[in-house]
Design a protein around this ligand. Structure first.
Ligand code: GLY
Length: 378
């Protein structure tokens, strides 16, 4: 995409190279105000149904609508309740019907203005309404900016688990306005930060080292935050470009997630444990398991845990308030996750910082021993 001349130069652009479905992720301050111009630059005649949640809509929906209308894009709004509960069949049905009520056509757009829940829900509605409508992601949480808005995974939850019904549907543009993150509650920002640290741990030790030195700047805002978000988006874009459908390498993005999803399920996907908090604990458990299996030096395991702890993230099972079920129950929850192949557990393990790899067929014994041990951490 060619940037119009009046667009601020401080914006970093990352390209997701997917051939005919390639798209840009624009990252920087003030992008919400530029949404209309940027979208009109790609789809000048489109109408747009903006999907948002009640919290985000209060702060940003009118600004988004104004920017689009000023650029000649007609808008309609679909506002859903905030929270994971909106990733349900019933809300999905409402969103799709509202898109059709708004007479959106295939050449028009659905815009997801919100965090991960809105992105996944609106993305799935866009993937399926009229067998596919163009999608623009305007992620408003750190987690959505560095992870869920990129790469085309969309979906809703079922009684069998999270994200079990969905589709791959790449957006045509992602606008990550880093100024919006100033209003995030600190706990939510920290939760999103776990996914940033994850990219360093997966395959970029230099980035991890930079984060160890500069994380306070990332939390404060400004240049360091833009750099951390852009580096994360670049890391994810590269992996998605090589393995869009998760046939192999993309699974690395699940570092910490096999444990995390079990912990989220055990705590009822509630405020007790946010997704990124569960990921932080899951990453540390994945490193501990790697060390236990003799794959990773204990010093690297300690270094990963120390950084996540330094930023204020939970890193131990005993950090989860209200207690957790026993190891057997946690193992059962891991087995019901998508990260199971032919009935055996798939983990992302590590040979060190920045040296993650996918390990299939991991034996239950050491995992159970680790959980038993971790449940007794002081
Ligand atoms: N969040 C993991 C992925 O997009 O593959």
């Amino acid at each position: 995409m060619k940037a119009p001349s009046d667009i601020a130069p401080t914006v970093t652009t990352v390209r997701v190279e997917l051939g005919a479905r390639a798209y840009d992720i624009a990252i920087g301050g003030g992008l919400l105000a530029q949404a209309g111009k940027r979208i009109a630059g790609i789809k000048p005649k489109a109408k747009a149904a903006i999907v948002s949640d009640e919290n985000v809509a209060k702060h940003y929906l009118e600004r988004c609508e104004r920017s689009l209308e000023d650029a000649g894009i007609k808008t309609s709004r679909i506002v859903v309740p905030a929270g994971e509960g909106s990733k349900s069949f019933s809300i999905y049905e409402q969103v799709v019907n509202s898109i059709l009520d708004a007479r959106i056509e295939r050449s028009d757009l659905v815009i997801a203005l919100g965090g991960g829940v809105v992105g996944d829900l609106a993305g799935f509605a866009a993937a399926t309404a009229l067998r596919g409508v163009g999608l623009v992601q305007i992620p408003t949480s750190l987690l959505a900016q560095v992870d869920s808005s990129i790469g085309g995974k969309t979906g809703i939850d079922t009684r069998h688990g999270k994200n079990l019904v969905g589709a791959f549907h790449q957006p045509i543009l992602v606008l990550a306005d880093t100024d919006i993150l100033d209003t995030l509650p600190p706990r939510e920002f920290r939760s999103g930060y776990a996914e940033i640290a994850k990219y360093g741990l997966i395959n970029d030790e230099r980035f991890f080292g930079w984060l160890e030195k500069n994380w306070q700047g990332v939390f404060k805002g400004g240049e360091e935050r833009v750099r951390a978000v852009a580096t994360s988006c670049r890391a994810k874009a590269a992996i998605v470009a090589r393995d869009e459908r998760e046939a192999g390498e993309r699974a690395l993005l699940n570092l910490g997630h096999t444990f995390a999803h079990a912990l989220e399920a055990a705590t009822g996907y509630s405020e007790r444990l946010l997704h990124g908090e569960a990921v932080a604990i899951g990453i540390v458990l994945a490193y501990r398991l790697s060390a236990k299996l003799g794959l990773c030096p204990q010093t690297d395991c300690d270094r990963a845990a120390a950084h996540l702890k330094a930023v204020g993230l939970p890193t131990r099972l005993t950090d989860v308030k209200g207690g957790l079920p026993d190891s057997t129950k946690l193992l059962n929850l891991m087995r019901t996750d998508k990260k199971v192949e032919h009935g055996s557990l798939v983990f992302v393990l590590a040979r060190g910082i920045g040296k993650a790899f996918v390990a299939k067929g991991v034996e239950i014994g050491p995992v159970r021993a680790l959980l038993d041990e971790a449940r007794r951490d002081p």
